[in-house]
Design a protein around this ligand. Sequence first.
Ligand code: 5AD
Ligand code: SF4
Length: 440
Amino acid sequence: MENVFIETYGCQMNFADSEVVAAILTGAGYAIAEGVDEADFVLINTCAIRDNAEQRVRHRVRELRALQGRNRGVRIGVLGCMAERLQCRLMAEEDNVSFVCGPDAYRRLPDLMKEVRSQETGGKELSAVELSATETYADIEPVRLAVGGVSAYISIMRGCQNYCAYCVVPYTRGRERSRDPETVVREARNLFERGYREVTLLGQNVNSYRADAVGFPELMERVAEIDPRLRVRFATSHPKDLSDRLLEVMAAHGNICRCIHLPVQSGSNRMLKLMNRRYTVEWYLDRVEAIRRAMPDCSITTDVIAGFSTETLEDHQATLDLFRKVRYDYAYMFKYSLREGTYAWKHLADDIAEEEKTRRLNEIIALQGQIALENNRKEVGRVYEVLVEGESHRSKERFYGRNSQNKVLVFDRGDARVGTYRRVKVKDCTAATLLGELTQ
Ligand code: 5AD
Ligand code: SF4
């Protein structure tokens, strides 16, 4: 029996995909290794969203040469968005990679890996990169790789066809398709019965989920009704598709978490138009208000890009203004990275100097840091129901968990048990974490 080690980079969807890959490979007779040293195959599941994500993977691939020097039989396969984007080019550029396999072709992995072994003499380049209009891996029960056994991802749809001007995802993950709702509910129920207490429903744009007569609000409702002790989260929402109906369903179910990730990308209408986001700042702020009306305690998080094509200082100021208005609980903040094949690559100049992108990004980061700290200071004294997830990284004597709003709370473990709910009173905070103690 050969051992496979799977290493994952990038978004939550990639982590969910790696669990599908683990299921396909264990079904084909491979064992999952705990580390690279026991591995016969190292599979790297990759991200192509920005150039620095790709550079990190290339660095890792080169680092693995040392392992291949010690163990000559080890073969490296690259999976995911970088495999899809670069295809055989990747093997030409990184000659210690034996095969590439894109996100819709994972069922072909066992054949690819057999082929790698049978033609050790080389010659043919091995790749499986067809995109599919229908593949959802709905029938595959993922092998859970994440530690803890409390929280799991469930992929409910794949692909994206929004074609935001800067984004490579529609090209690496193909057309949007929704997974059969019965299989989603069944997977969530199985997880609950195995002791899991939280599921995150994943898709590039979950609000456009549709399978037969079931839309996203109905799917969430069905998952939430499995058991009130099962928390339900979801990501990611496109602001143009966030409906009042979804907010109603959330408000009606205490176990649907009070947290919405609503990527804004820019606070300038001119930029939003150029980005092909198909909403305005006014629309976005209306959605934020609708969220706060339906659920005053709901946290809101976002993604933002600094230095997109032709972004002026005014556009940048508009982003800072929007951040001041919304007061996000958390933000993922990026410098614009030009991606080959996108609309922006074909038609828009990457004309903001690197140092200026960095300066604008740092300004957003500083403002958001301040807002997050101010938001967290208001939490001191409040009591939250926390799902206990595990030991804190810093100390075995402390546990960490999250509240419904997805904020991390760290507290002395006392008699708490992982996988249960406990009430925690907030005593202190940093910009990233709430520090608390167990209470009744
Ligand atoms: N450059 C920088 N950030 C990007 N994102 C997507 N494409 C790019 C790019 N070319 C960001 C967006 C998206 C998040 C997942 O990554 O903010 O929401
Ligand atoms: Fe990329 Fe836009 Fe699709 Fe998100 S919605 S994956 S940013 S194209």
